[in-house]
Design a protein around this ligand. Structure first.
Ligand code: HEC
Length: 135
């Protein structure tokens, strides 16, 4: 009687124990893996004054701020970028995919002539919007 219970218990407990151990190990591995990746993505928070203004100044200011304000858009300050132009706000903080400004540069529609921002500058522009478009 006692023997039968203990064998039954072992038969059930052993696989269950292994299963629990297996799940714990997998979850421990998963916790170790994605964390550095996530840190790298969130860590990189760019600022308008430090990282973005110079890109705008070089490629956009002539037509959107200094000489002209094409489409009513002034790209000289974060405030005026958020106010946007004739078609509404130029960016949606946190959402590059919803930001007209990003699409227009990405599609090579802007600037319409002259030298264009490179891949590195485009990536920074995207990161800046994605991380919340901080000043
Ligand atoms: C040579 C002049 C010129 C330069 C340089 C230029 N743009 Fe433009 N931009 C225009 C004109 C003209 C329009 C309106 C017609 C159109 O949308 O094509 C416009 C429209 C826009 C709009 C749409 C605004 C709205 O509300 O309709 C955005 C966004 C924009 N530009 C972003 C940029 C960015 C970002 C840069 C720099 C990377 C840039 N532009 C450089 C001439 C320029």
């Amino acid at each position: 009687m006692l023997m039968r219970i203990s064998i039954k218990t072992v038969r059930v407990a052993l696989p269950v124990g292994f299963l629990v151990l297996f799940i714990l190990m997998i979850s421990a591995c998963l916790q170790m893996l994605p964390r550095p990746v996530m840190l790298r993505q969130v860590d990189r928070s760019l600022g308008f004054a430090r990282d973005i203004e110079e890109i705008m100044a070089r490629f956009c200011f002539d037509c959107h701020g200094v000489k002209n304000r094409e489409a009513g858009l002034d790209l000289r300050t974060l405030q005026s970028i958020l106010s946007g132009g004739e078609s509404g706000p130029a960016i949606v903080p946190g959402h590059p995919e919803q930001s007209m400004l990003f699409h227009m540069v990405d599609d090579r529609h802007m600037p319409p002539e002259g030298k264009r921002p490179g891949a590195y500058q485009l990536r920074r522009l995207r990161q800046w919007i994605a991380s919340g478009a901080h000043p």
